[in-house]
Ligand binder design. Structure first.
Ligand SMILES: Cc1ncc(C[n+]2csc(CCOP(=O)(O)OP(=O)(O)O)c2C)c(N)n1
Ligand code: SF4
Ligand SMILES: [Mg+2]
Length: 342
């Protein structure tokens, strides 16, 4: 027989599972004008992570709470006495996106259950960088994705380095990229010999109860917002991984951010997909790459546009191209899940 406490908890689980229903916006003209990430930040010109914050805040709307892990999207957005956030925002420790999201969702539920605030679905979105998410906070994100009794979104903005502390290499940095921890020299040209972690697919494959994992790129803003809206609507713990061109760390003219985002997708380096309730759907141009309707552009077109690869010689481009070719031609699920038949 259930005791009074268990009974009440079970009741409250069901009671608080509803989410805001955020329908997709069908094209740019349908996107509302209201902004919740506005002026008042000091990110670099052309910062696509800032663009991602703007799109995410717009997609979530006014009844959202944003939690920001340490990194550029914390530091540059909270200069003393100024902030771009027009929705409640809280800083959280570098590896704590997962735990802060669970804690906030649990706290909101407790407050509502005790009648201390009105009962309504509130979006809980925790933001982290690749250092904070793919490296330092990976275990907390994994734990959060198993807390199926809470609605939360973890949004990882991947600028492929620990950017805020001056562009150190992370587990998400590309092979060979120049960073303050992997500078090319005359004795050794390629210092970062690790291939980029496959974070979104790892989290999707490893957390069967997580209803939604997606990859996005801000060069496709409406798709990005609609994926955020889908994650928040579907409920439970969800995860989105965004690849964000970073003019400072990648070393290019800020005016090319959007173009580089597109090239990352068109070269096949950044596949776009969503895994919804265990079903994989390739999206946008990545879908057309798989179906053969779009021919991948050579990776050189993307790599040669960035100073962080300026030391590459032919054999480096060839190695990079071969790895990307493998990803689309030899992987068990092209662009998503590796492993070849033994
Ligand atoms: C536990 C801990 N270790 C180190 C730091 C120093 N630190 C602050 S921001 C940062 C970089 C974070 O990188 P990432 O998560 O990729 O975000 P980005 O700076 O690239 O936006 C580091 C190492 C910290 N704040 N906390
Ligand atoms: S260093 Fe990169 S991620 Fe950080 S604010 Fe500048 S462009 Fe954005
Ligand atoms: Mg980073």
């Amino acid at each position: 027989m259930l005791d009074e406490n268990t009974d009440r908890n079970q009741e409250s689980f069901e009671d608080y599972l509803s989410t805001q229903v955020l329908d997709p916006w069908k094209g740019p003209k349908k996107v509302p004008a209201e902004e919740y990430y506005t002026s008042g930040h000091r990110t670099c010109q052309g910062c696509e992570s800032a663009q991602l914050m703007k799109l995410m805040a717009k997609a979530g709307g006014p009844r959202s709470i944003i939690l920001g892990s340490t990194g550029c999207m914390y530091v540059a957005n909270t200069t003393y006495y100024s902030t771009p956030w027009a929705v409640p925002w809280m800083h959280t420790q570098l590896g704590s996106a997962g735990s802060s999201a669970v804690g906030t969702a649990a706290g909101l539920r407790a407050m509502m259950r005790k009648g201390k605030m009105a009962k309504e679905p509130i979006n809980v979105i925790a933001v982290c960088g690749d250092g904070g998410g793919a490296d330092m906070g990976l275990s907390a994100i994994s734990a959060a994705l198993q807390h199926t009794q809470y609605n939360l979104l973890i949004l990882m903005y991947d600028n492929e380095s620990y950017a805020n502390t001056d562009i150190q290499v992370s587990g998400s940095s590309p092979w060979g990229a120049n960073s303050t921890f992997s500078p090319p020299g005359s004795a050794r040209r390629i210092m970062n010999r690790r291939w980029k972690k496959n974070t979104a697919a790892m989290l999707a494959a490893g957390h069967p109860d997580c209803k939604y994992v997606a990859t996005v790129n801000t060069a496709y803003p409406v798709d990005t917002m609609n994926m955020v809206r889908k994650a928040l609507t579907i409920g439970g713990p969800t995860f989105i991984h965004s690849l964000d061109p970073c003019p400072k760390g990648w070393d290019y003219d800020p005016m090319y951010s959007h173009e580089l985002g597109e090239l990352a997708v068109e070269t096949g380096i950044w596949p776009l997909y969503e895994v919804e309730e265990g079903k994989l759907k390739m999206c946008g141009k990545s879908r057309r790459i798989v179906s053969g309707q779009f021919k991948r552009k050579p990776v050189r077109e993307y790599l040669t546009r960035q100073g962080r690869f300026a030391h590459f010689i032919d054999e480096d481009f060839d190695y990079f191209q071969a790895k990307i070719d493998d990803m689309w031609e030899k992987w068990l699920i092209p662009g998503v899940i590796p492993f070849a038949e033994a």
